[in-house]
Design a protein around this ligand. Structure first.
Ligand SMILES: Nc1ncnc2c1ncn2[C@@H]1O[C@H](COP(=O)(O)OP(=O)(O)O)[C@@H](O)[C@H]1O
Ligand SMILES: [Mg+2]
Length: 320
């Protein structure tokens, strides 16, 4: 089975005139000679303003390397990156348009307070101190950390530290936010808070690239999904379209009471399969009414259509 796993460029263009991020055929190898290893093999991604792209793939697939190339931290062997029209590998000003919270890296000074961290980090990104303090307060307020602004970061919970790390990535008001595993190691409540923040940040117009192993998080937050395996993209699609493609189209119908032989015969003629009180029917939505006519007037208890979730889709894709 071949599925149209990539949205055509024409479709992508109608979504937004100029995407905030355009990564074009990025490549990166590590090591030399016999030990040379191609970690990323021609990956192209786009993200529009206000859009969340979930970047998924098994361990070692090349997600972090790709994110680092986009964020200007690892130089690609080939390919181009454009963030709000600027190349982070050639134009330092492009870095003003990117904020990043990288995997396992808290980026925070443990002895400093959230506000001090924000001021310091703002300084690194050429935000005037006064502006950084004002914005820092606003961010902490928005992130419900106002009462912790003067508590050393090391005394905060893991979830609060993660929120401070995200606030820091936003202090210079970037147009693109890179989040590598933002909910890793957080408890349910802290994860919920971070998810709500990601939504709010996207709603403010920021483009977000998100990697996560928590596919329920990806399904909830993302507008589109890109799946990478062995350094190559194997899908890039709107999240719901991808899930629909992998969802079975069969209907499950449950009726109360016995199905007489005549009904059983008619149902079989339509191609339905009967087991106990459960009828499975893989026909179209219009044909479904013919089946319902046959069942009339038996009480119908349930009609549902099988639906995949992002976990099913992901497992099928990476096992192909
Ligand atoms: N600095 C490095 N030196 C050598 N190999 C690396 C380096 N960074 C990553 N790799 C290798 O590149 C591949 C992709 O890694 P990575 O981008 O971290 O994947 P992911 O984030 O999807 O788990 C892995 O096989 C990893 O071992
Ligand atoms: Mg990684």
């Amino acid at each position: 089975m071949t599925l149209p796993l990539f949205t055509s460029p024409a479709q992508a263009e109608t979504a937004s005139a100029v995407p905030t991020l355009v990564a074009h055929r990025l490549k990166k190898s590590y090591g030399r000679g016999k030990r040379r290893f191609e970690a990323v093999r021609g990956v192209s991604l786009t993200i529009a303003a206000g859009e969340v792209l979930a970047f998924l793939g098994p361990n070692g697939a090349g997600k972090t390397t790709t994110i680092k190339m986009i964020g200007g931290l690892v130089r690609p062997d080939a390919g181009q990156v454009s963030i709000a029209g600027l190349d982070p590998h050639r134009q330092a000003s492009a870095l003003k348009q990117v904020g990043a919270v990288l995997e396992g890296n808290r980026n925070l000074y443990w002895r400093l307070t959230p506000l001090e961290n924000l001021e310091y980090f703002g300084g690194l990104r050429q935000v005037p101190r006064r502006t950084a303090r004002l914005r820092g307060r606003e961010l902490l307020d928005q992130f419900r950390l106002a009462d912790k602004q003067n508590t050393p970061v090391q005394k905060l919970s893991r979830g609060m530290q993660q929120k401070v790390a995200i606030a820091m990535a936003l202090i210079h008001q970037p147009q693109l936010l890179l989040l590598d595993e933002p909910t890793l190691g957080l408890d349910v409540e802290a994860s919920e808070t971070v998810k709500a923040l990601v939504r709010a940040i996207a709603a403010s117009g920021c483009a977000i690239l998100l990697t996560t192993h928590q596919l329920d998080v990806a399904e909830e937050l993302s507008d589109r999904v890109a799946v990478i395996r062995n350094g190559e993209l194997i899908a890039q699609q709107p999240t719901q379209t991808l899930i629909r493609q992998f969802s079975g189209s069969a209907y499950q119908i449950e009726v109360a009471g016995e199905l007489d032989l005549e009904r059983q015969r008619q149902l079989a003629e339509l191609g339905a399969v009967i087991a106990d009180q459960q009828i499975t029917y893989a026909g179209s939505a219009t044909e479904l009414y013919r089946l319902l006519d046959i069942l009339r007037p038996l009480p119908i208890q349930e009609i549902r259509q099988e639906r995949a979730d992002l976990t099913d889709v992901f497992l099928k894709l990476v096992r192909r």
